[in-house]
Design a protein around this ligand. Structure first.
Ligand code: 13P
Length: 356
């Protein structure tokens, strides 16, 4: 075993614990410029740097956001961007006690040798150097999204599982070298008609492989977070699962696979509606008894109503919507959310073949 001592071990532990503060979660607002463009197109707003600045600046200056949100994941443009009032976005977040994070992967690429639709996540070359630059700009954590799909042609293949787990572990180790807490994200897409039992069986294999690779790479687990998808049936499965069932399967899967040294699990919303994302998370916290904090790192489920409220200029409506979902998910992260107690949308946000 060749495992160098981590220069940043104390800081990594401290920041991972802070991100995993009970009752708080992460705002994922790291959409690449083309994906942000799709979001803005939905509300009839042009995808210009000025509009991205206005939208994200609106989110970050929402009064009280730091009461519910521990960290915000940014796209590179935002990490170096100023708010229209001249302060940097990083300063805006720091003022609220929200830790700035950065998406460091360079996107999904076709996996040669895998099934036709399978991918690996790119961006390892020069990653530690890039991570040092992000650290200097104020980032303290990172995200890398690997994607696996349950498919009727036997996916995910062993190759895809192995390659994506290894990539996540190499990434985690590389950014820890620069003092960034890695969010390890092995997303299993909701595309497909598979049952919840099938998702659970595959997810167990996937997450075990991820931690085996992390251990082999000497990743400091106490200085990481896991960002999994919830254990749900495929979007086209004829048998739907209720919140209790999803929560029970998800917690069972994670208890079987995630080391207790990991301080926090922050789920992605993956196309669930805003309301479902809160209700499922709440159910998991009602089960309780987990060694890790169980919270959220939502993109769509925190931003959907906020985007519509804002619609290009309505600061008040945008901020009212984001704070409502942030508070709801904060309550859900403590098992205290009363369904429907905050304005939300039931609209399913699932898009087949979604790209980030
Ligand atoms: P969703 O919550 O919209 O799935 O996004 C979270 C995320 O950051 C995916 O990488």
């Amino acid at each position: 075993m060749t495992c160098k001592f981590h220069e940043h071990a104390d800081e990594l532990r401290t920041n991972a614990r802070a991100l995993a503060t009970r009752g708080k979660g992460i705002l994922a607002v790291d959409e690449s410029t083309p994906t942000c463009g799709k979001r803005l197109a939905d509300i009839g707003v042009e995808n210009t740097e000025e509009n991205r600045q206005a939208y994200r600046g609106m989110l970050f200056t929402t009064e009280g956001l730091g009461n519910y949100i521990s960290g915000a994941i940014l796209f590179e443009e935002t990490l170096y961007q100023k708010h229209a009032d001249g302060e940097t976005m990083v300063e805006k977040l720091n003022k609220q006690g929200i830790i700035p994070g950065i998406k460091v992967d360079k996107g999904l690429k076709p996996l040669a040798g895998g099934l036709p639709h399978e991918t690996y996540c790119s961006g390892l070359d020069g990653l530690t150097d890039r991570a040092r630059e992000y650290y200097a700009a104020g980032a303290r954590f990172a995200k890398w999204r690997a994607v696996l799909q349950i498919s009727s042609d036997g996916g995910p293949s062993n190759l895809a599982i192995k390659e994506n787990a290894w990539g996540l572990a190499r990434y985690a180790r590389a950014v820890q070298e620069a003092g960034l807490v890695p969010i390890v994200e092995p997303e299993i897409l909701m595309d497909g008609d598979h049952t919840i039992g099938k998702t659970a069986a595959i997810q167990e294999i996937v997450i075990k492989e991820v931690y085996s690779a992390c251990i082999e790479n000497g990743v400091l687990l106490e200085g990481t977070l896991l960002k999994p998808s919830m254990t749900c049936p495929g979007a086209d499965c004829p048998t739907e699962a209720g919140p209790k069932e999803v929560a029970e399967y998800t917690i069972r899967t994670l208890k079987r696979t995630v080391p207790a040294a990991v301080p926090g699990i922050t789920f992605l919303s993956g196309g669930l509606s805003e309301e479902a994302a809160s209700v499922y998370l709440n159910e998991m916290n009602l089960i309780g008894g987990t060694p890790w904090n169980v919270a959220f790192s939502y993109g769509r489920a925190l931003q959907h109503s906020a985007l519509r409220g804002w619609s290009g200029s309505n600061l008040e409506a945008g901020q009212a919507a984001v704070i409502a979902r942030a508070q709801a998910n904060s309550e859900a992260a403590k098992g205290e959310y009363v369904a429907g107690s905050q304005p939300s949308s039931d609209e399913k946000l699932f898009v087949a073949g979604y790209t980030y």
